[in-house]
Write a protein that binds this ligand. Structure first.
Ligand code: PXL
Length: 290
């Protein structure tokens, strides 16, 4: 069994964070583990306002020890970090355990929230974690932050940001255009770019017309690291992940009036567990009778 870990926040609503990561790992047939950095809660009495509670440093360390020393992994990803010590601890464990397949999802905003979470962390994420990342997966806002650009809003600016982020040490850069990119909006294609330091890959999928996209970024990064864990190349992992999130968003659904999530199981709905259920006879057996 291939083992993989996420070091991320818990999203109590289940669509994003480590909950999304573990669901995605499962779809890739991997054994998933999680170290919780923060717990995010959302308040239905206050327009779904987010609160974030960091776990103490020693508790994060104990979880990392359980995972990296106690079990071992083929790959890991990080998501919402919340504290400077989370950045330090991840840096330390990735180096100490020589984790080659590390995907950095530089979570800086949650869907619907405009201001950056912990803006003071952005520079230490760029300085300490980017150089360790096999692939970094910013959206447009995060790409601008990591590259130190005012905005990233076009294909040309995505390429410029990718070059700057590559020069800061990430081995591969994947910038998600998504629905926020005017070009995606105009062409009805979700356009993302991939840069390995030599050439740009342009990845396009149908733009799914849904507002239920909570957790799409987490799921995409989790799918990418799962591809790496399964032995795919960086570009293969990225392309497969975009197809996976595309299928998931086609089946997206509301959780409440504020948010909704993708369905990462939808791609295999014809082989879902309930399709295995077989026949149950009227007197309650499935073939064997005493
Ligand atoms: O989608 C970004 C994100 C990541 N991680 C956690 C979150 C969110 C957004 O709500 O709660 C834990």
């Amino acid at each position: 069994m291939i083992k993989i870990a996420t070091i991320a926040g818990s999203d109590a609503s289940g669509g994003a964070g480590l909950e999304a990561d573990l669901k995605t790992f499962e779809e890739y047939g991997l054994y998933g583990m999680a170290a919780v950095t923060v717990i995010a809660t959302m308040d239905p009495a206050n327009e779904w306002a987010h609160s974030v509670y960091a776990l103490p440093e020693d508790v994060l360390r104990f979880q990392m020890e359980t995972i990296f020393k106690g079990v071992g992994v083929s790959a890991c990803k990080s998501g919402m970090l919340g504290t400077e010590y989370a950045v330090e601890i991840i840096c330390e464990y990735i180096k100490k355990h020589k984790v080659n397949n590390y995907v950095l999802d530089p979570v800086m905003v949650c869907k619907g929230a405009n201001e950056a979470l912990n803006p003071e962390l952005n520079s230490s994420i760029a300085k300490k974690l980017l150089p360790l990342a096999k692939i970094v997966t910013p959206n447009l806002f995060e790409a601008a932050q990591l590259a130190g650009m005012k905005e990233v809003n076009s294909l040309e600016q995505m390429e410029e940001a990718a070059q700057i982020i590559f020069d800061k040490g990430a081995k591969n850069v994947f910038i998600k255009g998504g629905a926020k990119l005017p070009l995606s909006y105009e062409t009805k294609k979700a356009i993302d770019i991939f840069y390995d330091g030599e050439s740009f890959g342009y990845i396009e999928n149908d733009l799914i017309d849904t507002k239920w996209t909570h957790g799409a970024g987490c799921t995409t990064a989790a799918a990418i690291v799962s591809g790496l864990a399964r032995g795919l190349s960086p570009v293969e992992s990225v392309v497969l992940a975009t197809q996976f999130i595309n299928e998931s968003l086609r089946a997206s659904f509301p959780l409440n009036k504020w948010v909704g999530a993708g369905n990462p199981t939808d791609w295999r709905k014809d082989r879902a567990i309930y399709s295995l259920s077989g026949e149950v006879f009227a007197d309650g057996h499935n073939g064997f009778k005493k």
